[in-house]
Design a protein around this ligand. Structure first.
Ligand code: ASP
Length: 350
């Protein structure tokens, strides 16, 4: 099935995905670089095979993000970063551009694939965003696959947390350590820790003592246009290393981390979540197209390069016509794209 009437023109499909944007050093060892590229290629193949057989954009973006959530290299699902309390708290969102239906979860700790729970929020409830314990209760009701929080333990992420804690800083996975708690005195901060997960295994394979933590980047996302002309987006993340107080970034926020509308485009963001929320990045790009007549490349470039600050991150976007844009203002962005016209690309830098 190619999604086109027999003898008629082949309906166009397109897909783009990201595995995080940031200060991705070109000195990352070649074999490690190859592992990231392999993870991106596997995810791309997953989405392409669904769309090329006439599958829906919604099924494609969920399947791609599940693949990336299961890969310990990326900051989502299995490979998520640690909170200050040494737990893992996951955020995800999904949106259907055909109906504007959307679903999201934040702060979940026992759901193996948060993106599938987000989809069930969209399909089985009248709500958009479920958080923490309530989202876990919903997970039990709908029967998605659960796991111990220790399933998400990876040695390289734990090491990154210790580095961040040593200087009382947080780390967006795409950047260096930063101090964000300057308005909170050390005395106020004292005694706020709680117990965390215990190590099981490090299937990510980062060698102890390596500076792997400085290289691994995070948040994953996928946007797609299917042969029926429908757009969809999915985004999933572990957030930032050493986050506390239930911090939630842009990834589960519709309009900031994810947005899809058949009238314009589908967008998934990655980077400094607070900035993406302030600038309502994903919806802003869609609005520039819908109201301003911009192309997807113009709209995405405008927002990423003039509204956001250098180093904040990037987006992947696909328009209702199947045009793909993947601008970023950081050093690099793990990304890949393919379409029915032969586009096939997997990249980290320019
Ligand atoms: N945007 C994500 C967050 O702020 C992090 C990232 O994309 O690296 O939670």
């Amino acid at each position: 099935m190619d999604g086109a009437p027999e003898g008629g023109p082949v309906a166009r499909w397109a897909l783009a995905l990201h595995g995080g944007a940031g200060t991705i050093s070109r000195s990352v060892p070649l074999d490690r670089r190859e592992e990231y590229l392999k993870g991106l290629r596997t995810a791309l193949d997953t989405g392409v095979s669904i769309l090329a057989q006439g599958g829906t954009a919604l099924d494609a973006v969920e399947a791609v993000v599940r693949t990336l959530e299961d890969d310990p290299l990326f900051n989502a699902g299995r490979g998520a970063v640690f909170t200050h309390d040494e737990t893992v708290e996951l955020d995800a969102s999904i949106m259907d551009g055909r109906t504007l239906a959307c679903g999201a979860v934040c702060g979940v700790k026992t759901v193996k694939n948060p993106i599938s729970l987000a989809r069930l929020v969209m399909e089985k409830t009248s709500h958009v965003l479920l958080s923490g314990a309530g989202a876990e209760q919903f997970a039990a009701v709908v029967g998605v696959e659960r796991c111990e929080n220790s399933y998400f333990y990876t040695e390289h992420r734990h090491r990154a947390l210790q580095q961040a804690k040593a200087t009382d800083q947080v780390q967006l996975d795409h950047s260096g350590l930063t101090t964000v708690d300057s308005k909170i005195s050390p005395a106020q901060l004292a005694g706020t820790s709680a117990g965390g997960v215990s190590p099981t295994a490090d299937s990510a394979g980062a060698g102890a003592g390596s500076d792997e933590a400085a290289h691994v980047k995070g948040t994953v996302g996928c946007v797609a246009l299917d042969a029926q002309g429908n757009l969809a987006v999915a985004t999933s993340t572990g957030g930032m290393t050493n986050k506390r107080w239930g911090r939630v970034g842009d990834s589960p926020i519709i309009g900031a981390g994810s947005y899809a509308n058949n009238k314009s485009c589908a967008v998934s963001s990655t980077g400094a979540g607070e900035e993406f929320i302030r600038h309502v990045v994903a919806h802003d790009i869609a609005a520039l197209m819908e109201y301003g007549g911009h192309s997807v490349a113009q709209a995405a470039d405008l927002v990423v390069h003039t509204k956001l600050a250098k180093g904040d991150g990037g987006v992947i976007a696909v328009s209702k016509d199947g045009e793909v844009a993947m601008p970023y203002n950081s050093v690099g962005m793990f990304r890949a794209a393919a379409d029915s016209n032969g586009l096939h690309t997997v990249k980290i830098w320019e």
